[in-house]
Ligand binder design. Structure first.
Ligand code: PEP
Length: 250
């Protein structure tokens, strides 16, 4: 049985005060939910504060991105070693906003996946198609291409050091959730593709769904056989919503 993971991606949101209050609510509400794994991914600058807030709890800490380099003249970047020093367990790589807004390519994402692994962080590898790609019937080809870039660089076994998040771009922040069956179909495709390379990896790797998950739809998504939790954007900024999602994964 794969454990469910619920990870909150706070994106470019928060302040010292709002994060203190959000984390207070999450920490109090998680009491007794011992089965689900939970993580939060604050903006870089709030990671040290979040590290203090989650200390002694079972909430994991993650970054929203990571440099593909270790050190040097890379203005604005944050390395895996730095993230590790501030208690990070996870690093999101290849989020669709990085790909679409900042031009991140599959090869860049693969190097970031490698950098996270190298520093003992679990990469949360985001894959997913745009609406145009879905309508053109190339969802599986797009997701396969995104996965193949990582497999080519790191090998398929490396995927069990991380987590995959299937996030259809048309469902992110739009309020349009993929139906449980739509999500399950792509998750099953991903697991099936991995099974052709390594059955043990396919059975073990956690595949999260992301895209407008809320307290009200999490349970039906998480009930699907190949959905192992969620990567949560908007709803992770509200303690009660986030806790309802965690409960669905518990
Ligand atoms: C995300 O950005 O990873 C995400 C899933 O966002 P939302 O939950 O807001 O759709």
């Amino acid at each position: 049985m794969r454990q469910k993971l619920v990870a909150g991606n706070w994106k470019l949101n928060g302040s010292k005060a709002s994060i203190e209050s959000l984390m207070g609510g999450i920490l109090a509400g998680l009491e007794g939910m011992d089965n689900v794994a939970v993580a939060v991914c604050p903006p870089y600058v709030y990671i040290p504060m979040a590290q203090t807030l989650v200390a002694g709890s079972r909430i994991g800490l993650g970054s929203q991105d990571i440099a593909d380099q270790d050190a040097g003249a890379f203005t604005g970047e944050v390395s895996g070693a730095m993230l590790k020093e501030f208690g990070c367990d996870y690093a999101i790589v290849g989020h669709s906003e990085r790909r679409a807004i900042y031009g991140e390519q599959d090869a860049d994402t693969a190097r970031k996946f490698a950098a996270a692994r190298k520093h003992g962080l679990k990469p949360i590898l985001c894959v997913g198609e745009t609406l145009e790609e879905r309508e053109a019937g190339i969802t599986e080809a797009v997701v396969a291409r995104q996965l193949d870039a990582v497999i080519a660089l790191e090998g398929v076994e490396a995927l069990t050091d991380g987590v995959i998040a299937y996030e259809p771009v048309w469902a992110i922040g739009t309020g349009k959730t993929a139906s449980p069956q739509q999500a399950q179909d792509v998750h099953a495709f991903i697991r099936g593709k991995l099974a052709t390379l390594n059955a043990a990896v396919a059975a073990k790797v956690q595949i999260l769904y992301g895209g407008s998950v809320k307290g009200a739809n999490a349970a039906e998504l998480f009930a699907m056989p190949d959905i192992d939790g969620g990567l949560i954007g908007g709803a992770s900024l509200d303690a009660n919503e986030f806790l309802a999602i965690c409960k669905a994964g518990n």
